[in-house]
Design a protein around this ligand. Structure first.
Ligand SMILES: C[S@@+](CC[C@H](N)C(=O)[O-])C[C@H]1O[C@@H](n2cnc3c(N)ncnc32)[C@H](O)[C@@H]1O
Length: 444
């Protein structure tokens, strides 16, 4: 074990993360579900595969709560959790036993040695882990090797710009040799109370619950190994492991047409950029992204993975309901411009494929009718969005299409009664309101 790995292990042995809760009853009651849970998002991962629940899932760097959260939410899956920290795994085991979960096996094993399991997985979920590895490229490669040929990776890693203030505090703590004793935490809390209100740390500190526990403070500010990614660095990292970026887990955050940018004089310039550069530009505009959550595939499982083929969805106009100015490329039937090694996305709105899509509503969306602008009937919300988005509305023109979502009708069927179907559902897709099951012969 290298010094760095040992230091990371020591941190989580002393301060298991997240702070283990007394119970996970809200997961049992269905009020909460874990990010990336395949029971809830199966067709986000596999749009053209028949739905199934008996998946092999690996939780890589599972920590204290993820195993029981996944086990409760995916009772028919076979789940393996690995982690460096035995203390974290002991908490995980306690929660599994408490909730009667029998579908999880836990191993104290570093990701670097995943091949020792001699097993491959349909889904590997790794959240808040790879950025703590000495060699995240080797970590990603190791997970890639652990995927079945049509497997998927759900991954969250830190984003650079929104964590600037965190890194300043980390450097401050390193300079003063702040450790993991109780007194260190008490003293640090006292100093944090005087953090200047315009310090770059403040926005993230307000959003995060980490400052409420020693475990959270250790993970956030006292970490011995912590790196982050800008959007271009993220893509280089994923492609360096030979993997394919499928999509952001929630994509609206990265799309100019979902932000106020679409109402600025730069709207057309942004729309003219290749999709990946749109993501980069929106990240720079926002300046506050502190994590990236995405889905990736192993080599060979993405459709059209030939270099130079086309990137993600084409921004579309949405008559009657588009918030902001349209950012549609010259023709939505032409492939959007590509950049670097982007691949054809599984879901796109070129050609006629969209007619085979069956829309499924995301969990966590809400309909609100308070203080609506004139002519609007409903405001659609996505509770999982961390930052403000433009608001998609339903009106007389669009509500019929929205009500037609029943998990059975294809967009082609809906379009028979509603000529604006393609543009409307493209907008709902951009805004993380729906994802799609693609109707194929083998999916029946
Ligand atoms: C921030 S916690 C995240 C826990 C969990 N994934 C979650 O989202 O709640 C990071 C976890 O990754 C584990 N970890 C860090 N580096 C690891 C490695 N190289 N191999 C296995 N586990 C690792 C730590 O022990 C810790 O439990």
């Amino acid at each position: 074990m290298t010094d760095i790995l040992q230091n990371v292990k020591n941190l989580y042995e002393q301060q298991p993360y997240p702070l283990p809760p007394a119970h996970l009853n809200e997961f049992v009651e269905g009020k909460l579900f874990p990010a990336g849970s395949p029971t809830d998002y199966f067709h986000l991962y596999w749009p053209d595969q028949p739905y199934r629940e008996n998946l092999d899932i690996l939780l890589a760097g599972c920590g204290t709560t993820q195993p029981a959260e996944f086990a409760i939410s995916n009772p028919n899956a076979k789940i393996v959790g690995i982690d460096l920290s035995q203390n974290s795994l002991d908490h995980a085991k306690r929660l599994l036993d408490q909730h009667g979960c029998t579908n999880v096996t836990l191993h104290c094993l570093p990701i670097e040695q995943l091949d020792q399991l001699d097993q491959t997985f349909d889904l590997i979920a790794t959240s808040g882990v790879l950025h703590h590895m000495e060699n995240p490229a080797a970590g990603l490669a190791s997970l890639n090797n652990g995927l079945k040929p049509n497997g998927r990776l759900f991954c969250m890693v830190y984003a650079t710009y929104g964590r600037l203030g965190v890194y300043m505090w980390q450097d401050y703590c390193k300079k003063l040799g702040i450790g993991l004793e109780n007194q260190d935490f008490d003293d640090l809390r006292a100093v944090l109370n005087h953090c200047p209100i315009d310090h770059p740390f403040v926005p993230l500190a307000k959003r995060s619950t980490d400052l409420q526990s020693n475990s959270g403070i250790a993970d956030l500010l006292l970490h011995p190994q912590d790196r982050s990614y800008t959007v271009p660095e993220l893509f280089d990292w994923i492609e360096g492991a030979g993997m394919t970026f499928d999509r952001w887990f929630l994509q609206a955050t990265y799309l100019p047409q979902c932000s106020i940018l679409s109402q600025t004089p730069h709207a057309d310039k942004l729309a003219a950029l290749p999709l990946r550069e749109q993501y980069e530009a929106v990240e720079l505009f926002r300046g506050n992204l502190h994590k990236h959550t995405f889905i990736a595939s192993p080599p060979g499982s993405a459709p059209g993975s030939a270099p130079g083929s086309t990137p993600g969805s084409t921004p579309g106009s949405t008559p009657g309901s588009t918030p902001g100015r349209s950012l549609e490329n010259a023709s939505s039937n032409l492939p959007p411009k590509t950049s670097r090694g982007q691949t054809t996305p599984r879901i796109h709105f070129r050609g006629e494929n969209w007619k085979q899509y069956k829309p499924i509503r995301f969990r966590g969306i809400g309909a609100n009718t308070d203080n609506l602008p004139a002519g609007k009937l409903v405001r659609l919300q996505q509770a999982a969005h961390e930052f403000p988005m433009l608001t998609p509305y339903l009106d007389d023109q669009t509500i019929g299409m929205y009500q037609a979502i029943d998990q059975n009708k294809t967009l082609g069927q809906i379009a028979k009664d509603h000529p604006q179907t393609k543009a409307f559902f493209k907008m709902l897709w951009d805004f993380d309101q729906v994802f799609f099951k693609v109707e194929t012969t083998h999916a029946k």
